[in-house]
Design a protein around this ligand. Sequence first.
Ligand SMILES: [Zn+2]
Length: 273
Amino acid sequence: MDLDLDAGRLLVFLGGFFAFFSLETFLPNRKSLQKRLQRLRFHLLLALFNTVLVRVFLYVPFLLWVVYVEQQGWGISRWLGLSGWLEIIISLMVLDAFDYFWHRANHSYSFLWRFHKAHHSDTEMDVSTALRFHPGELILSSVAKATWVVVWGPSAIAWFVFEALVSLCAQFHHSNIDFPDTLEKPLAMILVTPRFHTSHHIVERRYGHANFSTIFSFWDVLFGSYCQFDFTTGARLNSNAIGLPEQRELAFSLRAWFTEPFNRRNLQIEDDE
Ligand SMILES: [Zn+2]
């Protein structure tokens, strides 16, 4: 069964990627200044590297851990006696809330930020940005997730549904598409939309240090971290608005992307703090 679920997750990932890539091609929101194929090639290379690393060292042990926790009946959801669809829906909400706090921590603690900034160093945003993660961040987030799996105790099915939704939603909210205001407003009250998340990638700190949600957008409103660039006035982001100014030249350097977390400059900043 787990194999079927795993195949389903992969299918959702590939289908989502293809769908949002097509939408960006035919209905792009921002005009890209970079070559799309270059972006795609670079990010696919990172994804390939991460997939090999993560699958071999993290993914299989992680799945065994999820199944083991379920068999042992550990976690709050077991103690509450949740089951069936109710368990899946509540687990989705709880795991997404955990992700919100984890993402917020990635922006608040300099050790975590060293790795997470590889994602934010992208100077444009499209569906391929959803693949841009440093392996160090994936390792750290796996440890964090393994912890809350045992705290909450989701069923293996709930976990798979959650993971599939996370990848689909990440593709969706990074993609270079936009909705008319009449659709955007009600949608953004529930889900993280491209506008909602584009704002999180804006250089200006008040926007960058806000909007941390992954699937459901209301966590930011609930926990006081909602701050969004006003796209409704027709204001356009200029070409330097997204990314990290200090890394603008290095956005597509494989070496810089990989070594940045271990850069002496980062260590220096931490010593100064
Ligand atoms: Zn972030």
